[in-house]
Write a protein that binds this ligand. Structure first.
Ligand code: ADP
Ligand code: MN
Ligand code: MN
Ligand code: MN
Length: 345
């Protein structure tokens, strides 16, 4: 009989942006066989996470997905959603909004942009009290002083893959100290879960590098790019049938819901979606082929494959909740797809 360490991970109740929380417990291998079925429910003090009051503080951690912990010989990360003491869905539990069967029909690829900060609140690579050379050389760069903290980024990449997270790629970004990783899954719930766990692993590793994983959508004002969470999505019809008329009608169908999307696309996004720095204005909805100044970009992959492929919603901010994004996009597609089919005839 051996010990297995289970690190539970959940989202707290802070507003407008929840934080990740974690605590670990040991189980015995006789009781646990590496499946969700044998992963015990657990609890926590919700009065310390803005999820309960002190006089009735217990919340339930319900395991929803297991990941291998690549940092331990016998360890797992247990992604959980939160329930109230009587076993009902907690109001902060946005994951529960998603219909699993519907989400299975969607492929999602999230591009998580972020900035690594020093303890003085400046991006790594920025000189104390000043600024580096203007933007230009840093995107997809190589070489000392063109990129910073690659050791952390690469370690994160490797560990995500070992954990079973669908890390699809990485690149350095337009501002110095800014990076991106992409998370992809065939299944929207899986993609959103994997994004949360990729964030969790970056928070964890950043502790060893004395760098702060910063998801503020506009951490440095002025002529410096903000951070987004471009959300790429597709489903059978878009990938297999598509067509220019259909795709354009589908995008047009997103227009009336612009405000509903922005409402769940992250806090502080108004400082990022200005119309410059590869964004569209927060007040306007637009779409276009290969257009990085549009709300929705129709990627070259799609236009060059007879308009079959995927779409990129560029509006979500780096700090957005992926469950809310998935839920909103699925809702809009449901309506817009039906209208687009009628329009195409
Ligand atoms: P860019 O920086 O040019 O916008 P990236 O390569 O960073 O593009 O991100 C593209 C994302 O789109 C990746 O996460 C990729 O996995 C995802 N993707 C590719 N094909 C599809 C598809 N058919 N459905 C959903 N997402 C997709
Ligand atoms: Mn990208
Ligand atoms: Mn990017
Ligand atoms: Mn993108």
């Amino acid at each position: 009989m051996v010990h297995v360490r289970l690190d539970y991970v959940w989202l707290d109740g802070y507003k407008p942006t929840p934080n990740l929380r974690t605590k670990a417990q040991v189980v015995l291998s006789d009781d646990f066989d590496g499946t969700l079925d044998t992963t015990p429910l657990w609890g926590f003090d919700g009065s310390s996470t803005h999820q309960a009051e002190g006089h009735d503080s217990d919340c339930i951690l319900r395991p929803v997905r297991l990941y291998k912990n690549p940092l331990r010989d016998r360890g797992y990360f247990v992604l959980c959603d939160v329930q109230t003491r009587d076993g009902t869905v907690h109001s902060t539990n946005t994951r529960a909004l998603i219909n699993e069967a519907e989400a299975e029909q969607f492929w999602f690829g999230f591009e998580q942009e972020y900035v690594l900060m020093k303890s003085n609140g400046r991006p790594v690579g920025f000189p104390d009290g000043g600024y580096p050379e203007p933007q230009g050389p840093y995107y997809c760069a190589v070489g000392a002083h063109n990129v910073e903290a690659r050791a952390l980024i690469d370690e994160h990449f490797d560990l995500c893959l070992e954990a079973g997270i669908g890390l699809a790629g990485i690149n350095s970004e337009v501002m110095l100290g800014q990076w991106e990783y992409q998370v992809f899954a065939k299944g929207a719930l899986r993609a959103a879960d994997d994004l949360i766990m990729a964030r969790f692993l970056m928070y964890l590793l950043s502790e060893n590098y004395d760098l702060i994983f910063n998801l503020d959508p506009k951490p440095i004002s002025g002529d410096w790019n903000g951070s987004g969470l471009h959300s790429n999505f597709s489903y059978d019809y878009l990938r297999d049938v598509g067509g220019q008329k259909y795709v354009e009608a589908l995008c047009e169908g997103f227009r009336p819901f612009h405000k509903d999307h922005i409402a769940v696309y992250g806090a502080g996004n108004e400082l990022r979606l200005t119309g410059s720095h590869e964004t569209a204005s927060i007040d306007d909805f637009s779409f276009g082929a290969s257009n990085r100044g549009a709300s929705i970009r129709i990627p070259m992959f799609t236009t060059s494959h007879e308009w079959k492929g995927y779409l990129e919603d560029r509006r979500p901010a780096s700090d957005a909740d992926p469950y809310l994004i998935v839920d909103r996009i699925m809702k809009t597609v449901k309506i817009s797809h039906a209208d687009a089919i009628k329009a195409v005839g």
